[in-house]
Design a protein around this ligand. Structure first.
Ligand SMILES: NC(=O)c1ccc[n+]([C@@H]2O[C@H](COP(=O)([O-])OP(=O)(O)OC[C@H]3O[C@@H](n4cnc5c(N)ncnc54)[C@H](OP(=O)(O)O)[C@@H]3O)[C@@H](O)[C@H]2O)c1
Length: 238
């Protein structure tokens, strides 16, 4: 089993990489040139570091990155700076997902697992999730003024609406944490098919370490994967 992680230098991405290291899973990570990785990741023999910018890869570079990987994890997200939020690439997460799905080796008959780190701000209409009037108003406003929000919604929608029957070789799940927090230790958490609290008016907390634990459990535990593939699980700290 070999895994590739996009967004591995991010706050959640690093935790995902550490979970993979803990399980001694061979992992390739793509990070931007300027990134300085913590030593434990940089020096870990299970981690192969490739330098480059995901939004600048051409098709053949993407194919090269993916060719021997059975699992793809995206923890990409826009940097919370003016340039990160309002500059290019506007659709970092969506464009990457699209490029991935278009470039996984069509000639190979392997089944691929794809995990997207998404958000409870995504409403999955296909499982009849509904927002209150207030939530609808605020989500519409966020879509108007916050490009990263639009990107996250477009990326999750792409999986939910277009990957259903499009490509039988790719199985996916989009994990939706609520408000992300940094807590050092893993703790108990609950996973639901849909939000059980309002992401706007009564948001819960989800620690990044718990998100990373769930993601790596998903890709290593077949029963858990079967339970959540093709779905958009919501995760909260207990
Ligand atoms: N904040 C919340 O409460 C919340 C809740 C639920 C979901 N989410 C979503 O969860 C995801 C991950 O969150 P996080 O806090 O772990 O993210 P993060 O720490 O900001 O990490 C983002 C990752 O994306 C990479 N990236 C950003 N801009 C890039 C670009 N232009 N080109 C290439 N790579 C780029 C970063 O690389 P560099 O290190 O090189 O910058 C980093 O690896 C995000 O999509 C976020 O929207 C957030």
């Amino acid at each position: 089993m070999k895994v590739i992680v996009f967004g591995a230098s991010g706050a959640t991405g690093k935790q995902v990489v550490r979970q993979l290291m803990k399980r001694q899973i061979k992992t390739r990570i793509l990070i931007r040139k300027k990134v300085v990785l913590p030593n434990d990741i940089q020096e870990n023999p299970y981690i192969e570091v490739v330098k480059g910018n995901v939004s600048e890869l051409n098709d053949s570079e993407m194919k090269q990155l993916l060719y021997d990987c059975h699992t793809i994890i995206s923890c990409l997200g826009h940097n919370m700076t003016l340039k990160g939020m309002f500059g290019n690439p506007r659709y970092l997460v969506f464009d990457t997902l699209k490029k991935i799905t278009e470039n996984v080796g069509k000639e190979q008959d392997k089944k691929l697992k794809l995990v997207l780190m998404s958000t409870t701000a995504y409403t999955n209409d296909l499982v009849q999730e509904k927002n209150s009037v207030g939530e609808k108003l605020i989500f519409s406003l966020l879509s108007l003024i916050l490009p990263p929000h639009r990107d996250n919604i477009k990326a999750a929608n792409y999986l939910v609406t277009e990957m259903v029957e499009e490509d039988e070789r790719i199985e996916w799940t989009a994990v939706r944490p609520d408000t992300l927090v940094d807590i050092e230790q893993e703790s108990q958490y609950d996973v639901y098919e849909s939000p059980v609290r309002s992401p706007i008016f009564n948001a819960g907390k989800t620690s990044r370490i718990n998100v990373s634990h769930f993601i790596v459990e998903l890709i290593t535990d077949d029963a858990l994967w079967r339970e959540w593939k093709g779905k958009t699980p919501v995760i909260y700290n207990r």
